[in-house]
Design a protein. Structure first.
Length: 404
């Protein structure tokens, strides 16, 4: 039997950060993970370059049943703090798009930084090691039955993440531990995930697979313009796939989408499509297909016209106003009801998780069981696409690492 001050289960983004901070404070920390490869999700993130934070990360970029919960931890460990850490290890980065920061070389460098920080905290590694049972017994300590023998610890930090990508080691471990200790869960579902449609519904669009364009997208039956971007409405790229819709705009909206509800897409967000078509009718002699091909991918324009019974070769000047209005309106508000999502196999994150209303927002400790902490994606704090989820992992990891 081995004894530690702190056992951290899950050596991913949040767990490694937390263990490093606690170890460097002089705590004796054991870090346990069942996966054969370390921090696989960091490795595959951001297309292998890890979008490790977002310069604009703030509470408004997260979904939660308890929206203010993330405020304290995010304010105490900011994107600038993580940049300072990377700089101290000579890791270089670049901004790609809207505050999204990526490694110049490889996501491996983020893993190396966290590993070095853990080593600086003299962390004891136990991996690949699985935990079969947790008992909360005498003297308020936790006894873990693991594949490497019994481990005792005064504090237990659960950092096993969400359910997405089970093939690289995601499990429901955190949710089971939460339930064991009487914590409530907020319903979990795949988020930042492509949306799918029935084959019948998608048949007219499947030939458009591969087309990408910037759109404005909203979710919900009450959606209807006027929403501020981000508040359930995003201006980002959409990608047609064989089974449905993907691309950053769709991944963002998938976190807000509720099964059975429609999504609304404006395929020409930068223009008033009806007014511009009517103006073109009055001033130009061109074929409508050629005209639209300047506004959007030609393949999409042609398919759209065909679906609306209009020949791409017809001249705008010869089409009735009513037809132009109908086409323009259909671009501005394409409403469709997804049949589902690509599920945890493709989701970047899990929405929902351990209910934060029973956790301390400054330390992540359970208000039910002193010494028990939940951090990272396991808790009901879900970031937008763009580096926000890692920033939550770092910030919640630091909060618990400083407290335990
Ligand atoms: P994380 O999943 O990182 O770590 C959990 C650890 O717990 C794993 O090491 C796992 O093996 C271990 N574990 C699980 N069950 C266990 C058990 N029963 N026993 C022991 N160990 C167990 N975010 C972002 O901000 N920018 C990005 O670029 C991307 N890109 C991205 C791409 C892809 C393909 C995915 C799937 C996800 C992203 N994300 C992302 C999301 C990001 O990866 C995610 O939010 C964080 O890794 C969450 O950090 P955690 O430490 O909470 O969990």
């Amino acid at each position: 039997m081995e004894s530690f001050d702190i056992a951290v289960i899950g050596a991913g983004a949040a767990g490694m950060m937390c263990a490093a901070v606690a170890g460097q404070r002089g705590r004796r920390v054991v870090l346990i993970d069942h996966a054969p490869r370390l921090a696989e999700k960091i490795r595959i993130s951001g297309g292998g370059r890890c979008n490790f934070t977002n310069l604009h990360a703030g509470p408004a970029n997260y979904l939660s049943a308890n929206p203010h919960f993330c405020r304290s931890a995010l304010a105490r460990y900011t994107p600038r703090d993580f940049l300072a850490l990377l700089k101290s290890h000579r890791v270089t980065w670049h901004e790609k798009h809207r505050g999204q920061l990526f490694c110049d070389h490889s996501s491996e460098s983020v893993i190396e930084v966290l590993k070095a920080e853990c080593d600086a905290g003299a962390i004891t590694w136990r991996r690949p090691v699985s935990v079969a049972e947790i008992r909360h017994g005498d003297a308020d300590s936790f006894a873990l039955d693991t594949s490497a023998g019994q481990i005792n610890a005064r504090a237990l930090i659960v950092a096993t993440g969400g359910l997405s990508i089970p093939k690289i080691g995601a499990t429901d471990f955190a949710y089971r531990v939460a339930k064991q200790f009487g914590h409530k869960l907020i319903d979990m579902r795949p988020a930042l995930v492509p949306l799918t449609f029935s084959s019948e519904q998608w048949e007219p669009f499947s030939a458009l697979s591969g087309i990408s364009l910037e759109v404005e997208v909203e979710a919900g039956s009450k959606a209807g313009g006027g929403k501020k971007h981000g508040n359930g409405a995003f201006l980002e790229d959409l990608l047609f796939t064989h089974r449905g819709l993907s691309g950053p705009g769709i991944l963002q909206i998938s976190s807000y989408w509720q099964p059975g509800e429609p999504i609304h897409v404006n395929l020409l967000p930068e223009r008033d499509a009806v007014a511009d078509l009517l103006q073109a009718k009055a001033t130009q002699k061109r074929q409508i297909g050629n005209l639209l091909a300047e506004w959007m991918p030609a393949r999409l324009a042609d398919a759209w016209l065909e679906a609306h019974g209009v020949s791409a070769e017809a001249r705008a000047a010869d089409l009735p106003d009513k037809a132009l209005r109908r086409i323009g309106e259909s671009f501005a508000r394409w409403s469709l009801v997804p049949s589902g999502t690509e599920g945890y196999r493709k989701a970047e994150v899990t929405r929902g998780g351990v209910d934060t209303r029973e956790l301390s927002s400054s330390t992540m400790m359970s208000e039910r069981v002193p010494g028990l902490y939940f951090i990272g994606e396991a808790v009901d704090v879900t970031g937008w696409l763009g580096g926000y989820n890692f920033q939550w992992a770092w910030a919640s990891g630091v909060a618990a690492g400083q407290a335990a």
